[in-house]
Design a protein. Sequence first.
Lengths: 396, 282
Amino acid sequence: MSHDLATSAFYAALAEDDPAELYDNAPCGYLSTLPDGTIIKANATFLAWTGYDRDALIGRRRFQELLAPGDRIFYQTHAAPMLLMQGMLREIAIQVVGASGSRLPMIMNAQLKRGDDGQPLVIRTVAFDASERLSYERELMAARRRAEESEARVRVLAETLQRSFLPPDIVAVPGLDVGGAYRPAGDGTEVGGDFYDVFRTGHQTWGIVLGDVCGKGASAAVVTALARYTVRAEALHVSSPAAVLTGLHQALLTYYPQTFITVLYLLLDQVQEGDRLTMATGGHPLPLCRRADGSIETLGRPGSFLGMEETASVSESTAVLNPGDTVVLYTDGVTEAHEGDAFFGETGIAEVLAASAGLTAQEVADAVVAAALAFQHGPARDDIAVVVVRKPLSSS
Amino acid sequence: MVVCVDVLTRNNVTLTGQTGGQPMVFAHGYGCDQNMWRFVVPAFESEYRTVLFDFVGAGGSDLSAYDPRRYGSLQGYAADVLDVVRVLDARDVIFVGHSVSAMIGVLAAAGEPDRFAALVLVAPSPRYIDDEGYAGGFAETDIEDLLASLDRNYLGWSSTMAPVIMGNADRPERGAELTASFCRADPEVAKRFARATFLSDNRADLAGVKLPTLVLQCSDDPIAPDSVGVYVHGQIPGSTLVKLRATGHCPNLSAPAETVTAIADFLNKVPRPGTKRSPHVP
């Protein structure tokens, strides 16, 4: 195109695009209303979209009367106050009821113009056809709803599974006070690998197991279920805790050779000197014991992870619980709770224990979990499981 | 364990006016928050202890305190009002409620009548849905329609949560400090409040109102039409009905001066605390 032709086309288009022409045939609807909504001006686009005669609207109808009933309420309760208070509205989704009764989805913006006296004078509204956008947004809403529902289902599944790894109530052990606490990692939508159990193994003996399966989710859950029931089953026909854990090790190698766990198993029985703990450890942090005199010691000896190597070295040791003693079994979610480079550690548990005089086992367990959570500010990064065994001072 | 709630924070309570003055509690309606009263409250600050608050779920309230069961009915909102007046140990309260808060005030006053001295019901409606012999102005399907409307505007909520005050150069002082929370709420909260509001029926509670009551009726109010204001006035014994020239549903915003005058005229006729005479004293 020559320079001259381009110039003449430019001026021809400009001449055609005068403001009045633009107002009437703009690719959006224009409306001007009084502050009470009475329509004083509407452009041709708005009339064409809605099918109203100019005379049927101007001075006769209020803008909000053209809205579908739900939108009318929304407009009165939300949009109108915003307009009066903030002087404008942005991207409000409305449905305008056209002359034929059909609903036209629109997105509107509006501006309130005030007079020199500060009083509201006129509201200028622009409306855009949003039929296609609306169906797209409807799909987005539906997708969002589906996502929320599916997240809710996952959460229920995770919570149900997780509950099955913890005893609903801890069985009463005569002469001892036992409590347990658990907190899943993050928002709890994923099953963790921590578990514990307290159960009777014989006439005067009780078993306590606390463990941590590596990993999370469904793969960890199946191993957790196997571990928990294998320990119970083994404990019924062998009495040595080391033998119970060796049985668990064999089961893991057989069924889930790709995974491993750390676990503590305690056998409680009553001997003349007091309550005896016989303890076997498979790669698990050793329990802490606060003695009646306030001193704190670790119990047991370390052992190897179960299910990892062909053979596992499971050590066994014993300790006696005297009145006033408190033992805390925990998973590494407690000690590895951290804030920056600082870990909650055994020191954190020891501090809770030091202040635990007069608390029940359950209260101590809850206090350990609360302190570990408080330490890391916010949701737990890893699961936390705690079992506390306490020999009351005046056991009846 | 007793859960101690800091009501002043939870309900974002704002105290202005005269310390020790007779308390005037202003309650916002469905949709917005205490800012609805900002053009009305200053007129009463020289004489009264003016109390503003947000219902839990609205404005600057503590959203973590939102309990879907409590706020599933207007009684839960009335409990917020009672919590506020109790924590302030407010007595002889003049309760000013807009829109649904008018009925919330009626419920609150019934819960603890001794704390309240008068009710000002701005654009009240005891039932929004038509019933036999009663024109509330809406059909049940309209309320379903409202819930759909809230859904449609959901995308708008989430994308505009950042402060969006702009283009208000002619009156910057009115909008500048308002945050985007004004008239915006979590859509689930908004829908639940909408159900509690628009499906409520408090007609039977009106006859039990024993307080001096002012009913402010707007002109051409699409939410609470004239017939509803007349009904409320007829049901509350001894109430005063004032028809405002202001149109729409929010005279506190669109016609604050007229609203203030109507309330002040009414309060001038209500006995002041301490000047109330026992009927037995000659």
